[in-house]
Design a protein around this ligand. Structure first.
Ligand code: ARG
Length: 263
């Protein structure tokens, strides 16, 4: 497994584009560095390869590489960030993908519907759970013909605190996932239930971003403070690693948001 990450050198809360963010919550920069480093080392210790994109001053959310694109059938689907506060990250991510030899499925123009990469689109086997409602437009999936290489399940998000699908849903393998059901509309809950076995996460752990987990085979890396879902996963033979993510929760992100699968 190959993962892309970005060091939090310029990370901070400089604007408010989701309900978790408040510019009055200042980030403890050293603590953020330590938390990021611990996550990075945990990912390496689980046997994944990690590539690093150089952080750029002025783009504090660039650390959340999950939104840099979607690795889909060996090529990258580029994102169209909804907020101008993040749109300037695109040329840097695109340049990184290019020099690393990746090809792209799409081009982004000002007309492209919004799409926030692997933050909103998660594969379980060959089924793509396609989140929309806050950052991604449903229209993006409808127009992207190449997505028919996978089975696409449209998932409508309904709670602004869970604004990307990776904040409230995480496939563990092609048959099992964890989720916070109330983050989705009733119709979507039904659609997802028909597709995959789902372990519910309690509200208090959902708010700790329990669903924002990095899955590396049998290893599940999730934020600390989520004992209930951790023991559910352990009961199923999975190995759980908890990482303190408190500095990143201030921006509405955690383990999974800080990573992008690229191989
Ligand atoms: N502050 C960032 C934003 O609002 C957090 C992104 C979290 N990323 C994710 N994949 N959920 O865009």
């Amino acid at each position: 497994m190959k993962i892309l990450m970005c060091r939090p050198d310029y990370y901070g809360i400089k604007y408010e584009i989701n309900p978790w963010m408040s510019i009055s919550h200042t980030v403890d920069h050293q603590a953020a560095l330590n938390q990021w480093e611990a996550l990075y080392k945990t990912i390496l210790s689980c046997g994944a390869h990690v590539d690093l994109v150089t952080p750029v001053d002025g783009w504090p959310d660039m650390v959340f590489t999950a939104n840099a694109g979607l690795f889909f059938h060996s090529k990258i689907v580029l994102p169209h960030f909804k907020h101008k506060e993040r749109q300037g990250e695109l040329p840097f991510f695109k340049a990184w993908f290019k020099q690393a030899g990746f090809a792209f499925w799409n081009d982004i123009t000002s007309e492209t519907p919004y799409f926030e990469g692997a933050g909103d689109a998660l594969l379980a086997g060959n089924t793509l759970f396609a989140g929309y409602g806050f950052r991604t437009d449903r229209k993006f999936y409808e127009e992207a013909g190449y997505l028919s290489r996978s089975k696409v399940i449209l998932c409508e998000l309904s709670d602004p605190y869970f604004y990307h699908i990776d904040t409230c849903f995480c496939p563990i393998n092609d048959k099992l996932a964890i989720w916070y059901p109330d983050a989705f509309t009733q119709k979507t809950q039904q659609r997802m239930t028909n597709e995959i076995e789902l372990i519910p996460v309690a509200i208090n752990e959902a708010k700790r971003f329990a669903c924002n987990a990095v899955v590396l085979g049998k290893n599940i890396i999730l934020p600390s403070g989520c004992p209930q879902i951790s023991s559910e996963l352990q009961k199923r033979g999975l190995e759980v690693h908890a990482c303190d993510m408190d500095e990143f929760l201030k921006a509405g992100g955690a383990c999974k948001c800080l990573t992008l699968r690229i191989g």
